[in-house]
Design a protein around this ligand. Structure first.
Ligand code: ZN
Ligand code: ZN
Length: 141
């Protein structure tokens, strides 16, 4: 599925320091539009409750949404908060001006001898659909 986005996968694994956690597992998955069921470019919105304004967000708690560039439907990509009335919003924009990203996430799962254990950390990354520049959006714990 993700041959063409191996650069994004490599970047995500590096930003979560996978090489320093060789015993752990680092599954990567691309976010998909829930209607198209394809890895279409998404317009990303982060909704959360702090004053932070610069990406990447650390210890992110809130909701991440992606609006499909193909069908216009908004998919909830990630949510780790029960609160819905968040005060802050960020719309990531690439330095080229594009708001469309191929987005994905890489998790660190503590593993021993191939047995999945505790979830430890997650990074959300995004690759510009126009110029292919990659940026880190947020880390969650
Ligand atoms: Zn769609
Ligand atoms: Zn760009």
């Amino acid at each position: 599925m993700t041959e063409q986005h191996s650069d994004l996968i490599r970047y995500a694994r590096e930003s979560i320091d996978s090489d320093k956690h060789e015993d752990d597992m680092h599954p990567f998955s691309l976010y998909v539009c829930e209607v198209c069921l394809k890895y279409t470019p998404l317009e990303i919105t982060l909704r959360f409750n702090t004053d932070q304004v610069l990406l990447p967000l650390n210890s992110f708690i809130g909701h991440i949404q992606g609006k499909c560039s193909s069908c216009g439907k908004t998919t909830l990509l990630m949510s780790n908060s029960d609160e819905d009335d968040t005060t802050s919003r960020i719309f990531p924009v690439c330095s080229c001006g594009s708001k469309q990203f191929i987005a994905g996430m890489c998790e660190r799962i503590q593993g021993e001898k191939g047995i999945p254990g505790l979830f430890e950390k997650r990074v959300i990354v995004a690759k510009c659909a126009r110029c292919s520049k990659i940026q880190t959006i947020a880390f969650t714990e």
